[in-house]
Design a protein around this ligand. Structure first.
Ligand code: 4AD
Ligand code: MG
Length: 469
């Protein structure tokens, strides 16, 4: 690729290109523009990088700037005698996060992070951060509140960038799994007339004078498209007005939701384990260096392949009771409840791969879940709990297929009948057994990256007390 750099306009760059000590570049072959991630291809060559000054170490006649360009970081070396005085002066004392265009020769160095260093030849400062108003995030420790308040800048840190790269890979691999297995992506509306996941966590919207809500899940709509297209999925933002302040809850998060006609709960469990394994293996293959940047042990992820353990809700309860007796859990578990966070944390930490807990009591689960024909007190549903104490990352079920039962459930849950007429149509006209699940991307990112909190898994987190920046 030939360079699309502007001709040097700053005095530094002009003087640098005129200075005799700078190695002359043939006018016909300017240094290639490269990225830090691909420097291995340019060993021994002069390249131009475009990025920012991450850090600068000065030791008399030697300057050691560290540049970042979004693909990685690299240390540069500039000796007072190896570059023009203008370049040396421009670099000396250069402020953190100043934007730069830097040219230098790529030199392999086993000790260097990433395996290369850059012997600087030329430097153009695009914007110098003024000393009077320095970059607020220094390389010292900052509190999380401060960092979240500066999230628009915090995303530049190598660790945060690595997390966002892994997030992107998880989203890519998730979509790839469905795209390459015969699923059609059908995205549901975000503005909806009714609740999918309980009426207590709805964000109301004024829709030209009528009440509407931000969607909690695309499920009801992918049920419709599944009966049209067979195997479908949706992928988009979803909203929950959760008043919870846990490390697992966002008010806005991204969910990927497959839905399959004629699939039963057993088929859904298989789909979930293959899907999750594909995602984890893709991250291991394509984002190994990012996992290293964030200090995530890949061995924990290498274990993630089918089959995943399956546990009935009742068996999980027995484990929780035993854990309480043995002093691992403070509160005793009340049979019939949904699991709390400490319960899920404990259960999921008992296995080296995700555990699929199925057949919860129907009463604690959503109105649309099919009862188990073997015992109608249980729902044909599954929660997939990620290991290492991460807890629920997937929730899904087989769906009620009988019109009469679904109608009775809607009445029993006091849901507005008119808003659900179209959903009942799916049982009036050619109803079939069908199943689906939803995976919250941020929960998956937190687990795969080994993070304490979901707030670092999304570029700009929305939580109970945060809607800035
Ligand atoms: O278990 P949930 O509520 O299930 C549903 O919404 C179904 N309608 C999905 C379906 O069957 N198509 O949510 C599914 C997943 C959870 O397992 C979790 O990963 C994520 O969405 N999730 C959240 N993530 C972050 N913050 C929140 N407040 C979340 N609530 C759910
Ligand atoms: Mg759930």
């Amino acid at each position: 690729m030939s360079t699309d750099l502007p001709t040097p306009t700053t005095p530094a760059a002009q003087a640098a290109s005129a200075a005799p000590q700078v190695p002359a570049q043939a006018a016909s072959a300017p240094p290639q523009v490269a990225t830090i991630a691909t420097l291995a291809r340019h060993e021994g060559q002069s390249v131009t990088l475009r990025g920012w000054l991450y850090n600068l170490r000065e030791s008399g006649k030697l300057l050691f700037p560290i540049f970042r360009d979004g693909t990685g970081t690299i240390q540069g070396v500039a000796h007072v005698k190896s570059v023009s005085s203008v370049v040396f002066e421009a670099l000396k004392g250069l402020t953190q996060e100043s934007s730069v265009i830097v040219t230098g020769k790529v030199r392999a160095d086993k000790r260097a992070h990433g395996g290369f260093e850059l012997d600087i030849e030329d430097l153009q400062v695009v914007q110098r951060v003024p000393e009077s108003d320095p970059y607020p995030i220094t390389l010292k420790e900052h509190g999380v509140d401060f960092l979240m308040e500066h999230r628009h800048l915090w995303v530049r840190s190598p660790r945060q960038s690595a997390i966002l790269r892994i997030r992107a890979e998880i989203m890519r691999a998730a979509a790839e799994y469905f795209d390459s297995n015969g699923f059609i992506r059908t995205d549901p509306p975000i503005l909806t007339p009714a609740a999918c996941e309980g009426t207590s966590t709805l964000f109301p919207v004024d829709y030209f004078g009528d009440p509407a809500f931000l969607t909690q899940s695309g499920q009801l709509y992918v049920e419709a498209t599944a009966l049209a297209l067979g195997k479908v999925y949706s992928f988009g933002p979803t909203f929950r007005a959760e008043k919870s302040k846990t490390r697992r809850h966002l008010t806005e998060f991204w969910m990927i939701e497959p839905e399959v006609a004629f699939m039963d709960l057993d088929g859904l469990l298989e789909l979930a384990e293959n899907f999750l394994s594909h995602i984890v293996q893709s991250v291991l293959k394509n984002r190994a260096s990012e996992l290293q940047v964030i200090g995530r042990d890949p061995a924990k992820l290498e274990a993630i392949c089918p089959p995943f353990p399956r546990l009935r809700y009742d068996e999980a309860c027995e484990m929780l009771n035993q854990a309480h007796k043995d002093g691992h859990l403070e509160a005793p578990f009340t049979y019939g409840n949904d699991f709390g966070s400490p319960d899920e944390t404990w259960l999921s930490s008992q296995f080296d791969r995700p555990v699929m807990v199925h057949r919860y009591p129907a009463d604690v689960k959503a109105f649309y879940m099919e009862p188990d024909p073997a015992d109608a007190r249980y729902a044909l549903c599954v929660d997939v709990l990620a290991p290492e104490g991460y807890g629920e990352i997937i929730g899904g079920s087989q769906r009620v297929s009988s019109y009469e039962l679904l109608n009775a459930r809607i009445e029993h849950h006091n849901l507005p009948k008119e808003a659900f007429e179209w959903y009942l149509d799916l049982r009036r006209y050619g109803s079939v057994p069908h199943s689906g699940f939803g995976m919250g991307i941020e929960r998956a990112v937190a687990w795969i990256c080994g993070l304490d909190h979901v707030r670092e898994t999304i570029p700009f987190a929305r939580t109970l007390h945060r809607i800035y920046p």
